[in-house]
Design a protein around this ligand. Structure first.
Ligand code: TYD
Length: 221
């Protein structure tokens, strides 16, 4: 019998420190014999990566931004995420639709009903006869106070369009994540991203072990 695929997304405001932990988890799953597809949003396909460059660099109105992000997502879902899940891979995705609700919805005050509609269109996948939308099995949410995130980001690199937003924007984004998490508590695992790095890693792997997805706790990387 084939192993069912697993779809895990990673979310949080810029500066919350998700990237290195995603790489660590990819290695942990590979070491335990699983095939891993490591991907990101916006992006993950040649077309979606082109759209990412526009979204992160070019000024545009909020509707255009939302449409481009969801267009990228559609291409990514159909061409990368669905085939990987059908093969039984563990899909580790650096951001997914919760980011649209947090950044475009809460951050930019963009219409949530439009986002809900786009989510429905883009995440309805032909392979699923259940009528349910494709959603991550689990979302690891790196929750961090925006003031701490701003300190971490200061001087780190040339900021993109979102990273250069003021702290007030990230306060809205953070509350957007909290709202999404409250709407789907069984899907979200909140990680206290203010902790030391190895404690964050411990918390993440403990979630994986509890769900039966990693068999043993993996030492900090
Ligand atoms: P990020 O994931 O932080 O990548 P990097 O570590 O390379 O900077 O950058 C993606 C940015 O795109 C981030 O600022 C959040 C933003 N974004 C949205 O605004 N909406 C979305 O739906 C997604 C997926 C990302």
């Amino acid at each position: 019998m084939s192993i069912p695929g697993l779809f895990i997304s990673f979310e949080g405001i810029d500066g919350a420190g998700k990237s290195s932990h995603i790489d660590g988890l990819a290695k942990a799953f590979t070491d335990q014999g699983r095939a891993v597809t490591l991907t990101r949003e916006p992006g993950g396909t040649p077309l979606a990566e082109k759209l990412r460059a526009m979204v992160l660099n070019d000024p545009m109105d909020p509707l255009t931004e939302a449409l481009l992000i969801f267009a990228a997502r559609r291409d990514h879902v159909l061409n990368v995420i669905e085939p990987a899940l059908a093969r039984g891979d563990v899909v580790l995705c650096d951001r997914f639709t919760d980011a649209s609700f947090a950044y475009q919805g809460a951050g930019r005050d963009f219409d949530l009903d439009v986002l809900l509609k786009l989510e429905q269109w883009v995440q309805s996948v032909p392979a699923e006869s259940t009528g349910k939308l494709r959603q991550p099995n689990l979302t690891i949410w790196f929750d961090l106070n925006p003031a701490i995130a701003a300190e971490r980001l200061a001087g780190a690199r040339v900021p993109d369009k979102f990273e250069s937003q003021p702290q007030a924007f990230f306060e809205k984004v953070a509350s957007g994540y909290a709202q999404r998490a409250a709407q789907a508590p069984e899907r979200f695992a909140r990680i206290d991203a203010a902790q030391e790095r190895h404690k964050v890693w411990q918390q993440i792997t403990a979630v994986m072990v509890r769900r039966g997805w990693l068999s043993i706790m993996v030492a900090s990387r």
